[in-house]
Design a protein around this ligand. Structure first.
Ligand code: PMV
Length: 368
């Protein structure tokens, strides 16, 4: 019997939306009601590493997340696997004497091992990085010859926001018009070098699992919020153009204003939903006030904030010097305490700790 194993590995950072995706027009295909724009984190920041293996000895598709087996039976996983298998190419590894033809992939099973570089329990485990990484690793393994945008439309079917993690830098998810969703995909606006002054700090405000999943939340917002309809039709199309302009020009003032306004509007839509959804908590609100006050005192925005479907704050500082000051301020005003909701701060590059005179602190998790 044949007993070879072939593997492929990929690493994908998570992305943070600065113009939010909230609401699906098609739940099965995961087609959104508006375009969205995100920034992909540095690979040194929150990311997922996934290894996929294929062997004739594998009896079924299986997956492990941070070493624990998880089920692949959900429709989202099944859709991604099916779409990738359908595009698989011929593969030959002469050294190992392996030859796989297109049609063989249907019968071969895969094993998937995925790790987040941050404990899943921290409430930061992001499906965005996870599905993007899975799709990318599978495409590599199965010799799929499609560009990143085409792959993004597959990752989208795992988790909407995942489609934006196939690129670095700033990325737009174009909602598309077609019914089959083939034109609902991600495009890169600028690469990671275009605006590399920005520094992202994440305040882990609560490690608890969110109460309303994004799927349920979006469904209820689409069904009940008039503000969502207004946002999707009237507000976001204009904001997308303004945000593209701000990013192109590295105009931090406009960027911060749009980012904060859009996060606040997304949470207003949640409040406008029946029953209302509360993702932010008191600490989140206090962080917003603190940043707003700082920006006002400085006369121009220094830091942008944005919150997703949970209370954790994503703070974007205009440059390293500001990031250093931000970290000092956060630790002063919102020191992590074991018996409170505030757990820790997460940064990518630990050299900022040195600048801030904070080497050795346990309150900041430096991932690199
Ligand atoms: O892709 P999902 O189902 O995890 O939804 C993500 C929704 C937000 O994070 C709140 C916004 C966004 O655009 O990422």
């Amino acid at each position: 019997a044949e007993n070879w194993v072939l593997t492929a590995t990929a690493q994908t950072p998570t992305n943070i939306a600065v113009i939010k995706y909230w609401g699906k027009r098609d739940e099965t295909l995961i087609l959104p009601v508006n375009d969205s724009i995100s920034v992909t984190l540095d690979p040194s920041h929150l990311c997922t590493t996934t290894t996929v293996a294929v062997s004739p000895t594998f009896q079924q598709d299986r997956m492990w997340l941070n070493g624990k087996e998880v089920s692949l039976s959900g429709v989202r996983y099944q859709n991604c696997l099916r779409e990738i298998r359908g595009r698989a190419g011929d593969l030959e590894d002469k050294e190992k004497g392996i030859k796989i033809e297109k049609k063989d992939w249907e019968k071969l099973h895969v094993h998937v091992s995925s790790y987040n570089n941050f404990p899943t329990a921290a409430g930061l485990a992001s499906s965005a990085a996870g599905f993007a990484c899975l799709v990318f690793a599978l495409a590599k393994l199965m010799n799929v010859k499609e560009d990143h945008s085409k792959l993004s439309a597959i990752a989208r079917q795992g988790s909407g926001s995942a489609c934006r993690s196939l690129f670095g830098g700033f990325v737009k998810w174009v909602m598309g018009k077609e019914e089959d969703g083939n034109d609902s995909l991600a495009v890169q606006l600028v690469d990671e070098k275009h605006w590399d002054d920005l520094v992202i700090i994440i305040a882990v405000v609560s490690s608890r699992q969110k109460e309303t999943s994004s799927t349920t939340g979006m469904r209820e917002s689409v069904e009940t919020s008039l503000l969502l309809k207004h946002r999707a039709e009237e507000i976001v199309p204009k904001r997308i153009l303004q945000m593209e302009e701000a990013i192109k020009n590295r105009d931090f003032a406009s960027f911060a204003q749009l980012t904060c306004a859009d996060s606040n509007q997304f949470h207003a839509v949640c409040l406008d939903t029946s029953p209302p959804i509360f993702y932010m908590n008191d600490t989140s609100h206090r962080i917003i006030s603190c940043v707003e006050k700082w920006n006002r005192t400085e006369g121009s925005p220094q830091v942008a904030y944005t919150f997703d479907a949970g209370p954790n704050a994503v703070l974007i500082a205009r440059d390293r010097k500001t990031a250093t000051q931000l970290l000092q301020r956060l630790l002063f005003h919102f020191p992590p305490k074991p018996d409170t909701d505030l757990n820790s701060y997460v940064i990518g590059d630990k050299s900022i700790l040195k600048d801030a005179g904070l080497e050795g602190t346990k309150d900041v998790e430096a991932l690199l």
